[in-house]
Design a protein around this ligand. Structure first.
Ligand SMILES: [Zn+2]
Length: 160
C-alpha cells in the first residue's frame, strides 16, 4: 500500500500550503498530534479497562502509603548565610571565611504573606527535612490526580 494513507495526504497538504516555508512548525505539531493520537489509540486498544483500573488503584494505594509515612511538613525555603558584624578590627570585614554564622532563615507563606524567621542550626536540619517532605507530598498529590483520572476513565469505559 505504498503512497496511500495519512503520510501521503500530509505531503499533499504540505506542498499545497507551504510555498513560503512558514508552516514548518505547524506541520511538525500536526505530525506530533497525529502520532500521539495513533499511539493513544493503540494503547487503549491493547489494555483492558479492568487492567488499567487495577493498576491505577495499586498506584493510588502506594501513593497513600507514601503520604502516610510523612511526618514533618513545611513549605517555603531555607536560606543559609554568613554575616559581617561591622565591629572595627574584626576579621570578618576582610576574610569571607571569618564571617559570622552560618545563620539560617526560613521563608514561607503564612495567611497569604511571606514571613521570614531566623532559626537555629538544629531547627534548620528539621526544617530541611520538612521542606523536602513538602515537595515530595506535592508530587505524590499530582501523581494521585493523574491516577484518579485514569481510574475514572477506565471505570467509565467499562460501563460504556
Ligand atoms: Zn565580625
Amino acid at each position: 500500500m505504498r503512497g496511500s494513507g495519512p503520510s501521503r495526504s500530509l505531503c499533499r497538504l504540505k506542498r499545497a500550503s507551504c510555498a513560503g516555508g512558514a508552516c514548518g512548525p505547524f506541520m511538525l505539531s500536526l505530525l506530533l498530534t497525529t502520532t500521539l493520537l495513533l499511539s493513544t489509540a493503540t494503547f487503549m486498544a491493547t489494555r483492558r479497562p479492568e487492567t488499567i483500573a487495577k493498576q491505577a488503584r495499586e498506584r493510588i494505594a502506594r501513593i497513600r502509603e507514601a503520604l502516610a509515612r510523612i511526618d514533618y511538613l513545611c513549605s517555603g525555603t531555607l536560606l543559609e548565610r554568613t554575616k559581617m558584624c561591622g565591629r572595627p578590627g574584626c576579621a570578618c570585614a576582610q576574610d569571607p571565611a571569618a564571617r559570622h554564622g552560618p545563620y539560617f532563615e526560613w521563608g514561607h507563606m503564612r495567611t497569604g504573606k511571606l514571613v521570614h524567621r531566623q532559626v537555629s542550626g538544629q531547627h534548620a536540619t528539621a526544617l530541611r527535612r520538612a521542606i523536602n517532605n513538602y515537595r515530595m507530598a506535592r508530587k505524590l498529590l499530582r501523581d494521585w490526580e493523574v491516577e484518579t483520572e485514569r481510574l475514572i476513565d477506565a471505570e467509565q469505559n467499562r460501563q460504556a
